[in-house]
Design a protein around this ligand. Structure first.
Ligand SMILES: Nc1ncnc2c1ncn2[C@@H]1O[C@H](COP(=O)(O)OP(=O)(O)OP(=O)(O)O)[C@@H](O)[C@H]1O
Ligand SMILES: [Mg+2]
Length: 573
């Protein structure tokens, strides 16, 4: 720890002292300041000799030395001063603190022992102090204080350091809290919260951070056309799109020929070649199209009769018609589904049923025989070259569009990144660039049923080895396949009201009970709990605001700067 930070930290006001508790659950702290100065979720530091313990307040409890003092309204019977004095002696508040991390801070700065300690670290005779999970507890009466800005920077990373992105600030004192983007892209992550809690706004800022810090290529599957171009928020205030700020680095792709996104012509239009649609793309639409169990067999027969690339076109071109024979019998017309089925020993009803249900896919205007350009190839190339892509679905906002196109595109990306990673492993050259795929309404692609079939669950579960991770954004985390949820590294959760959703966000994490209440007690907007492997310890934060100042801090003046308001507050104005 840097020494000027240390002296700043050592001057902090204490809020209480340790009176009991245990390592597995909570430590109990007697509060010596008014209870309203501390909230659930506050980040506190317990000082114990050369060590600092960091923890989270999980509960506040009223206590008394004798219940009579709590019960009786002494104010009515005793002079006010006396009642206050008596209350001060007999009634108190305790904090429950969940210990999370401990870090060695060394002896008192300026002391000879401190100099020796520093020298030993410089000479590598001692390890550089770093936060480790708590393995012991501080003693009785250890002093407790709210975390200072330096403590938070020490644990979460310094806001100005490259690769650190300020996602919000602590609720009590507004100290900035950063996340490490390099770490963030190493595993899939999630942003959750009920509708209107600020997920899309937070995602926009995080994506801007990833692009600006060049931490990864970003592909956004933008089902509701929110991210690329300027828009208006729910109060009709303008919201700047990513394209306006990253013109040379970001490509906007609109689905379908001539598609306009928020009235603007995108950089490319995406059309899908019929030859790109393979049986597995259809199988994952089973629920959406209400397909029968006979579908895989019919698809197999189609691929066997034609091939993987032409079955779709051939099947689409088949008719459902009959002709009258000379004998007056109705038989399948040449070129009909039934004629093909008869000829290949396929159940006619099954084939005709599938043909009928695929009508919705046959009619999609952006699925064409010969696309004007290989846009999927161009998207993959742009991402490989370090650019970023927002795929806007334009008017094609149905689940069918979202499932089909997202999966097709992601499959191609996955193939390419796997191939590049394997080449890199064998040659040691050309390390693939990390890629983050942001998926809104992720449960549509990652629910229990779909997860077995879509590329997305494979990415969430194993593709981090191939440099591809997901950023999933969802209101209903409980509908996402639990195996995917438990793999998520960084989780950012806004307010959730449903117990199942809260449980899903916390799946696979320790201290779930303590954190459950914290999610339910978040403000319903612009407050989130940071959780999971990607952050050093759980912490509720007030989300950063998305506005002009955000952009100034991110790309305008460079680096995170403290605003006038915070500086004034710190100076006591
Ligand atoms: N960080 C922020 N900065 C500025 N405004 C915000 C922020 N977060 C939320 N808001 C406000 O709250 C509104 C809702 O936020 P947002 O659209 O991100 O919600 P959401 O969680 O994505 O909701 P849904 O699930 O319905 O898509 C925004 O229109 C904006 O006015
Ligand atoms: Mg949203």
């Amino acid at each position: 720890m840097v020494s000027n930070q240390k002296s700043e930290i050592r001057n902090q006001k204490f809020i209480g002292y340790l009176i009991g508790g245990n390592l597995k659950e909570n430590l109990t702290v007697r509060l010596t300041v008014p209870a309203h100065e501390v909230q659930e979720g506050a980040f506190v530091v317990i000082e114990s000799g050369d060590w600092l313990f960091h923890g989270l307040v999980t509960d506040l409890q009223l206590g008394d030395t004798d219940p009579r003092f709590a019960d009786e309204q002494l104010g009515a019977r005793l002079p006010a001063e006396l009642a206050k004095l008596l209350h001060g002696q007999t009634l108190f508040t305790n904090l429950q603190v969940l210990p999370a991390l401990m870090i060695e801070r060394g002896p008192e700065p300026g002391s000879p022992a401190y100099k020796d300690w520093l020298k030993a670290i410089e000479a590598s005779l001692r390890e550089t102090p770093r936060a480790v999970p708590v393995k012991t507890i501080p003693p009785h009466q250890a002093q407790v204080r709210l975390a200072a800005e330096g403590d938070i920077a020490e644990i979460f990373g310094k806001p100005d350091e490259k690769g650190n992105f300020v996602i919000g600030s602590t609720r009590e004192q507004g100290h900035p809290v950063a996340i490490n983007l390099q770490k963030f892209v190493q595993r899939s992550s999630g942003i959750f919260g009920a509708t209107g809690t600020g997920k899309s706004f937070l995602t926009r800022m995080l994506l801007a951070g990833l692009i600006q810090h060049n931490a990864a290529s970003v592909l956004v599957l933008d089902m509701h056309n929110e991210y690329a171009y300027d828009d208006f928020d729910e109060n009709k205030n303008p919201v700047i799109g990513l394209q306006a700020k990253f013109r040379s680095k970001l490509r906007v792709v609109g689905l379908g020929k001539g598609a306009l996104i928020r009235g603007q012509a995108p950089d490319f239009n995406l059309e899908i070649a019929m030859s790109d649609i393979h049986p597995e793309d259809i199988e994952l639409l089973t629920r959406e199209l209400n397909l029968k169990e006979t579908t895989p067999a019919t698809l197999d027969a189609l691929v066997a009769a034609f091939d993987r690339n032409s079955w779709f076109k051939e099947f689409k071109n088949m008719s459902i018609s009959t002709v009258l024979t000379d004998e007056g019998k109705r038989v399948p017309a040449p070129g009909s589904v039934a004629a093909w089925a008869d000829q290949h020993g396929v159940n006619v009803m099954a084939a005709e049923g599938l043909h009928n249900k695929l009508g919705r896919v046959f009619r999609l205007p952006y699925v064409v025989e010969q696309p004007a350009a290989d846009t999927i190839g161009e998207i993959v190339k742009a991402l490989e070259a370090g650019q970023h892509v927002v795929l806007s679905f334009g008017d094609h906002e149905s689940d069918l569009d979202y499932l089909l196109v997202s999966n097709l595109l992601t499959r191609r990306i996955r193939q390419r990144w796997e191939q590049r990673t394997n080449d890199y492993r064998s040659s040691g050259k050309g390390e693939p660039r990390p890629l983050v795929i942001a998926v809104e309404e992720a449960h549509k692609l990652l629910n229990r049923e779909m997860a077995v079939q879509t590329t997305f669950s494979t990415i969430a579960r194993e593709l981090r080895k191939y440099y591809v991770t997901l950023l999933i954004i969802d209101q209903r985390p409980s509908q996402i396949y639990d195996e995917v949820m438990s793999q998520l590294g960084t989780r950012v959760s806004g307010w959730l009201g449903d117990d199942d959703d809260i449980r899903a966000v916390l799946s696979g994490l320790a201290s779930r009970d303590a954190l459950r209440g914290m999610i339910a007690h978040l403000q319903q907007k612009e407050e989130v709990l940071l959780l999971g492997w990607g952050v050093p310890m759980p912490l509720p934060v007030r989300s950063r605001r998305y506005d002009e100042r955000f952009w100034d801090e991110l790309i305008g003046k460079g680096g995170w700067k403290r605003g006038e308001k915070e500086i004034k507050e710190e100076l006591g104005f």
